[in-house]
Design a protein around this ligand. Structure first.
Ligand SMILES: [Mn+2]
Length: 172
């Protein structure tokens, strides 16, 4: 069993990334973009990170597709997949990559759903939340990976789990 941190759209708020990493002690970190930080920032050491529409360090990749703990992950900010519209393009992208899990950001609205054989997780923005859960003040997602399930638990900025925001997916 391993625990992954998925975080996005901190928009230059580096301190929150530091405190979350310390509080949650994840085994692996995925950042879905709009960090407004440099690719060589020490916080990104051993993390998977992509470029968002507000990132300008050309060393940041647009997409990453690592296989971690036996799971193929598609990591992307999502602006080129037009996630503000719907998940149609991102689903096609996930099909192409044969991804088990898709992590994206950009909308600043958290979302966790299984669509067409992929589990899509948007951790929400940790610093500038929008939408239904914006009153939480910013969220990230911790994913517990077991041999049979992915358990997605959303957390607040003070590293507290949100009781209603826990979603369990059977591995496909
Ligand atoms: Mn953003």
């Amino acid at each position: 069993m391993t625990r992954w941190l998925v975080v996005s759209d901190n928009h230059g708020d580096r301190d929150i990334l530091v405190s979350l990493k310390q509080a949650l002690q994840p085994d692996t970190i995925f950042h879905c973009g709009d960090s407004e930080m440099n690719a060589d920032d020490p916080w990104f050491k051993d993390a998977y990170v992509v470029m968002g529409n507000m990132d300008f360090d050309s060393q940041l990749p647009l997409v990453q597709t690592p296989t971690v703990d036996g799971c193929k992950v598609l990591l992307t900010h999502g602006h080129y997949d037009e996630v503000h519209w719907d998940l149609t393009k991102l689903k096609l992208h996930a099909d192409q990559e044969q991804a088990d899990l898709v992590f994206y950001g950009h909308t600043h609205e958290l979302a966790a759903e299984a669509v067409g054989g992929h589990v899509f997780v948007n951790p929400g923005s940790i610093s500038q939340p929008r939408g239904e859960f914006r009153q939480l003040g910013g969220t990230c997602a911790m994913i517990t990976v077991t041999p049979t399930q992915w358990v997605v638990q959303y957390y607040t900025r003070d590293a507290q789990p949100v009781p209603d925001l826990k979603f369990t997916f059977d591995r496909l």
